[in-house]
Write a protein of this length. Structure first.
Length: 305
């Protein structure tokens, strides 16, 4: 079980770093008023965003591997702790300052993760195939339909929060699919509808997360996405994969999970640190040209709180 737990820690490190890079990249672009595939193509020209995508992919890959033997509530709590990683990186790399409550939150988050890790035993998923397919395919369709309506909402801040909820749902569906897949063999994945639903859900999470960050404060967007993804995926893991804490550890597991989630949300502002500027996270010339051509809305002084 130790290798899987180390994998969860590695996933948190990758995701925490990627969170900062993504926020920097998307805020350099003009706000989109509708769903457009062109948004991803534009972001693909940014080295900052591409670096973030590599880290996101690495984080998900390690998480998927850990999910073969660990329950979703533990892996998702570990992923939520990536916000604490972002906070520490902001201090070390960008010179940010932690407030007292944030130091307490990080300590509490770490304690919660230790309790969670001690409250589970390696367990394979007990999959309800019919329920899983309905939940994932139906959920992916609902996310796409909801997104088409959410981008038209006014004011923009409200649209951003709704899009953040939908992005969190997409990421949750992706995690549930990884927990319940029978095989990662390429041939099996091609014919498995759950795998296709995962692709739609994951891509939706990326696009909708970017759209949300353009419309609403980064703290709100990050907190909503993390909260929805963590809680929904954990609940679906219990309902569809039979995830359970070790015998007699139920109360402690719930308390530790709440502690981790609360600690992560308390440091959500570090999803886009106040000290972000072009100097420490300088991108290539192509990014600079895009900012001038597109009327960028990103400014180092745009603080989420």
């Amino acid at each position: 079980m130790l290798p899987a737990l180390l994998g969860v820690a590695a996933a948190a490190l990758c995701s925490g770093t990627a969170t900062v890079l993504q926020a920097v990249a998307v805020r350099r672009l003009p706000v989109r008023e509708r769903l457009e595939a062109g948004l991803l193509l534009t972001l693909a020209r940014s080295r900052t965003y591409l670096g973030a995508l590599v880290l996101v992919a690495a984080g998900f890959a390690v998480s998927f591997w850990a999910l073969r033997s660990l329950p979703l509530f533990l892996v998702q709590a570990g992923r939520a702790s990536s916000l604490a990683v972002a906070a520490v990186l902001a201090v070390v790399v960008l010179g940010a300052r932690l407030r007292r409550r944030e130091v307490v939150a990080i300590v509490a988050l770490g304690a919660g993760l230790v309790v969670l890790a001690a409250s589970v035993a390696p367990q394979a998923a007990r999959v309800d195939e019919g329920g899983t397919r309905v939940a994932l395919i139906g959920g992916a369709v609902l996310v796409l339909g909801g997104a088409a309506l959410a981008v038209r909402l006014r004011p923009r801040a409200r649209a951003g929060v709704v899009l953040a909820v939908l992005a969190g749902v997409g990421y949750a569906l992706l995690a549930v699919g990884a927990r319940t897949l029978h095989s990662f063999s390429p041939l099996d994945l091609i014919v498995d509808p759950v795998a296709w639903a995962m692709v739609v859900a994951g891509a939706s999470g990326l696009v909708l997360g970017a759209l949300a960050l353009q419309r609403a404060p980064v703290v709100a967007v990050t907190a909503v996405m993390v909260g929805v993804e963590t809680c929904l995926a954990s609940g679906l893991g219990m309902a569809l994969a039979g995830d359970r804490p070790a015998a007699g550890a139920g109360v402690g597991t719930v308390g530790a999970f709440v502690l981790v989630l609360a600690g992560a949300l308390a440091v959500a502002r570090f999803a886009a640190p106040d000290q972000v500027s072009a100097a420490p996270l300088h991108d290539n010339r192509r990014d600079t040209d895009a900012r001038h051509a597109g009327g960028s809305s990103f400014h180092p002084t745009n603080r989420p709180d």
